[in-house]
Design a protein around this ligand. Sequence first.
Ligand code: AMP
Ligand code: MG
Length: 404
Amino acid sequence: MDEHLEVVLGRVAALPAFDQPLMDAVGLVLCEDIVSGVSLPGFDNSAMDGYAVQAADLAGASDENPISVPVVGEFRAGHSEPIVVTPGTCVRIMTGAPMPRGADSVVPVEWTDGGTVSVRITQQPPLGGSVRRAGEDVTAGAQVLDGDTVLGPRQIAVLAAVGRARVKARPRPRVVVISTGAELREPGSRLGDGQIYDSNSYTLAACARDAGAVVYRVGIVDDDPKRIMDTLSDQLVRADLVITTGGVSMGAYDIVKEELSKLGTVDFPQVAMQPGKPQGFGVIGEDDTPIFTLPGNPVSAYVSFEMFVAPALRKLTGREPLARTLTTATLQRPLRSMRDKQQLVRAHAEFSADGVRVTPVGGAGSHLIAGLAQADALIVLAEGVTRVDQGEQVPVLLLDRPVG
Ligand code: AMP
Ligand code: MG
């Protein structure tokens, strides 16, 4: 598995970044250092609704000894007035309004009677109290984000706050998903004898969307060499990465393997893993677009995505780390494993104060989709391991917790 992943990652490069409007960049990796052109706050302003004053005027103010001050104007957010606070006067001020010239502090409205002509103040503010200073958050010219930051809501906040409407970011990979098999039908249609619903193209489309890709689910192509190759060449124009399923094992109609082998740019290794032994990976088309030809068995296809395609998508998007972090969990039931393969066991993980507990769910068959739907973890049993007892610590991959 490690060898195959290394081959995959060796052939996949991060997509070139381009300028995007802020909301299109949510979830993407930033590709420039962001230096602020402005200071934040941009000007001294009030942190409270209250009165802008000269603090020295209010020495000794208390409940017993309120000090009355004439109100010479009103400042609200979004307005600035040419009014100056001279000694012994004040300006009524709202949160976010610029500080009037002459004032050094703000008295919160809670310390006053709220007067509009004259105000009774019962507490002296500290010098500079309730004033937000220009530049105390960001000084103009300071770097606010590094060039490899993943843009989530908090990073979008600072970008907007410093006035950026667009940023350079790596785009979402466009992923084309094709399922192959003469037995496949679309969900919602009627099944004839020997036919099954195509679940893989939905599974993988959902996986790719979860991983942040833009997905084109092409759906079913039957086991016809020409149709498969035509579909691939039609779809390449909109693909940064192609995923097919089916037709890569040892059967007589494993057309994907047969046809793509002829190109000489796609390899079909048998990987020492269960599920997911027959794999295919390479590049096709003028642009050397990466293609994964995953096995048809639904659990194999899913596990293969998690193990190989997900890291490749992270590389395309410029995210680190590429491999997901494993968690250690206590095994709740003994397990046996094949010595010559890495085994990925569907399991359910439970979280408690004393760590993670993990219980295998369903059987090992690669066709057992209902058990997969109950699983939220994969227990990773390395090559060489033949049994693990109840109570032992095992590495698990949590499936619903993207890391990094
Ligand atoms: P194949 O790799 O094409 O030999 O398929 C292996 C097994 O997976 C067969 O039982 C197929 O019927 C099944 N299979 C292949 N493709 C799909 C699919 N898209 N959805 C569900 N099962 C599939
Ligand atoms: Mg098939």
